[in-house]
Design a protein around this ligand. Structure first.
Ligand code: KG4
Ligand code: ZN
Length: 334
C-alpha cells in the first residue's frame, strides 16, 4: 500500500508518500516561519491562506519526486487535529477531495500520533511497548504506549508547553520566533557557571511538568543584569540546562515506574542537541535505549502523517465523505 500524507496543522505545509513495503518514497516541506516571524507568532488566518497556496504544488512535487501517478496511490492521509482549525481545514479538504477524485480511501490523522510514531521512519524503529516523551510547541507529555493507538498519559504540563517556554524565553532574549533552536545555539556560547535556574517540580512525586516559572525566572534574571551578548548566552545556557535536566529526571522516573526500557522522544523540542545527548546518557545508565526521529522529522512534516495514515488504512480504518477537524483533541482519546 502506498499512501499520500498531508500536514497543515500549524505553520508548516508538508507532503509525503509512504510505501508499506519500501518505506518513505518522497517528502517535502514548506515552512511559513519567515513570514510568521514578522508577527512574533503564528497568525492563524495567514497560516490558512498560505496552506491554500502551497499544498497542491507540494503534492505535485512529491508525486514527481517519487515518479508516481494517481493510479499508484492507494490512500490519502491528512492531519485533522489538534491544531489551528482553519489550517487543518485546508489539508483535510484537499486530502479528502483528492481521495474522492482518485477513488481511494481517506484517513484523518492525529498530529501528535504522527510525532509519536515518527521514530518508526528510522532504520532501527522501537518495538512496543515504550514510554514516549512528546515535546513540541503545544505539548509536553509522557505517554505510556502499549501498542499503536493505545496511549495513556502519565504526565502533562500544568501550564506552558516546553517549546512554548523555549519560544517565550527566546523572545525575552531578543531572538525571533520560533526561538527554540536559536536559543539552543546561543546557549552553546554561555558560561555554565554564571547562573543557576530552578528545576521545576523535580522534588515532587509524579510525572507532571510546569515551565511558566522558568520563563518568569528568565525575565527576572534579564532585568537584573546587563544586556550584553555574553549575558544573554549565559542566561540561555542556564535556562536550557534547567529544562533538559527536568525532562531527563521525569523520563527516568517514567521508565522506572513502568519498568519499561525503551524511551521514544518526539516533537520539535526533540531536535534539541543537549536533550538528545542527556537522554542518551540517562537511558544507558538505566540499561535502556532511547529512540529519536531524525532532526527534520522532529518538527512538523508530512512523512509522519503518511506513515500513521498507512498503518491505519492497513488496519481497515477509513473516513467517510464528511470533512471534520478537531482543533483540540487529546491523544488518549484515540
Ligand atoms: O513539533 P513542532 O514543530 O510544532 C508543534 O507541533 O508545536 O514543535 C515546534 C517547537 C517550537 O516551540 C520550537 O521552538 C521548538 O519546537 N524547537 C526547539 C528546537 N527546535 C525546535 N526547541 C529547543 N531546541 C531546538 N533545537
Ligand atoms: Zn507538531
Amino acid at each position: 500500500m502506498r499512501v499520500l500524507g498531508i500536514e497543515t496543522s500549524c505553520d508548516e505545509t508538508g507532503a509525503a508518500i509512504y510505501d508499506a513495503e519500501k518505506g518513505l518514497l518522497a517528502h517535502t516541506l514548506y515552512s511559513q516561519v519567515e513570514m510568521q516571524a514578522e508577527y512574533g507568532g503564528v497568525v492563524p488566518e495567514l497560516a490558512s491562506r498560505d496552506h491554500v497556496r502551497k499544498t497542491v504544488p507540494l503534492i505535485q512535487a512529491v508525486m514527481a519526486e517519487a515518479g508516481l501517478s494517481p493510479q499508484d496511490i492507494h490512500g490519502v492521509a491528512y492531519t485533522i487535529g489538534p491544531g489551528l482549525a482553519g489550517a487543518l481545514m485546508v489539508g483535510a479538504t484537499i486530502g479528502r477531495t483528492i481521495s474522492f477524485a482518485w477513488n481511494v480511501p481517506a484517513i484523518g490523522v492525529h498530529h501528535m500520533e504522527g510525532h509519536l510514531l515518527a521514530p518508526m521512519l528510522e532504520s532501527n524503529p522501537p518495538a512496543f511497548p515504550f514510554v514516549a516523551l512528546l515535546v513540541s510547541g503545544g505539548h509536553t507529555q509522557l505517554v505510556k504506549v502499549t501498542a499503536m493507538g493505545q496511549y495513556e498519559i502519565l504526565g502533562d504540563t500544568l501550564d506552558d508547553a516546553v517549546g512554548e517556554a523555549f519560544d517565550k524565553t527566546a523572545r525575552l532574549l531578543g531572538l525571533s520566533y520560533p526561538g527554540g533552536a536559536a536559543l539552543s545555539a546561543l546557549a552553546e556560547k554561555g558560561d555554565p557557571k554564571r547562573f543557576h535556574f530552578p528545576r521545576p517540580m523535580i522534588d515532587r512525586p509524579g510525572l507532571d511538568f510546569s515551565f511558566s516559572g522558568l520563563k518568569t525566572f528568565a525575565l527576572n534574571t534579564i532585568t537584573q543584569n546587563d544586556s550584553s551578548e555574553q549575558t544573554k548566552a549565559d542566561i540561555a545556557h542556564a535556562f536550557q540546562e534547567a529544562v533538559v535536566e527536568t525532562l531527563v529526571v521525569k523520563c527516568r522516573r517514567a521508565l522506572r515506574q513502568t519498568g519499561w526500557k525503551r524511551l521514544v522522544v518526539a516533537g520539535g523540542v526533540g531536535a534539541n542537541r543537549l536533550l538528545r545527548q542527556q537522554l542518551q546518557i540517562m537511558a544507558e545508565k538505566e540499561q535502556g535505549s532511547v529512540y529519536f526521529p531524525r532532526q527534520e522529522f522532529c518538527t512538523d512534516n508530512g512523512a509522519m502523517i503518511a506513515y500513521v495514515g498507512c498503518q491505519r488504512l492497513l488496519a481497515g480504518q477509513r473516513n467517510d465523505l464528511e470533512i471534520r477537524v478537531f482543533p483540540r483533541w487529546g491523544i488518549e482519546e484515540l
